[in-house]
Design a protein around this ligand. Sequence first.
Ligand code: GDP
Ligand code: K
Ligand code: MG
Length: 272
Amino acid sequence: MGIRIALAGNPNCGKTTLFNALTGSNQFVGNWPGVTVEYKEGKYKSDKEVTIVDLPGIYSLSPYTLEEVVSRNYLIDERPDAIINVIDGTNIERNLYLTTQVVELGIPVVIAINMMDVVEKNGDKINTKKLAEEIGVPVVEISALKNRGLKEVVSAAVAAGKAALPQEPKHRFNGSVEHALAHIEELCLHNISDANIQRWYSIKLFERDEKIQEKLGLSKDVIDHIEQDITSCEKEMDDDAESIITGERYNYIGTIISGCVKKANRGMTISD
Ligand code: GDP
Ligand code: K
Ligand code: MG
């Protein structure tokens, strides 16, 4: 049985370099249906049962760019067996914003911290063991350019994909948000076929994501009902729904970074 692994990450984190190193000349390159965004798929050089997909670079799973729409549709509709979330190790804080969202999809995730050659040259230290514990996914240090850690990261992703355990995000939002999310799930997400993705959908509905409202075919009645949950949370937290979610993600990332990343000459904190 074949395993499908998707590479997801910010633009310029090294996804295509990793994809080329893993697949060599075993590549198929085309366009995503209906759009001019490039589609790349290939077989893993060392095991033809493993298919790798290079997703367009994205900063979030919100629908603001064509790349974000293409990448998230692939992840939620095609449900790859595992995701390798490629992170630029010189820019972990910014890259983790996407990570906090990717782990909510319910698909097994492995983090590949790329550009480790540069990280080491800079003298920065990343506590990968602690990072793995905090986020709840395996973390592998790699350098796609220098061919380092590539076997390890694919092995970890194949193992995660075969185990097929639903990815459980460790992060929880403020109680008021969680209350609204639970209500939204109860209202309209209990019947979707893949239960593991309920949480991700509930967060998107909380953010008033119209593409997701449409995709789920929600009635006006249900949308109005959800709106009540959202507005009461917004009143309580005195902020708009999207800003609440974004702000809480950044707070969470801040605590992770201060415990796991130490930049040379700059003490314990990171500011890019
Ligand atoms: P993508 O946008 O995520 O597909 O990123 P690319 O694969 O196009 O890489 C962006 C840039 O980073 C290119 O100049 C790569 O050569 C470089 N790059 C990728 N991986 C590494 C790495 O491990 N170390 C170093 N030093 N550079 C890398
Ligand atoms: K690029
Ligand atoms: Mg690329």
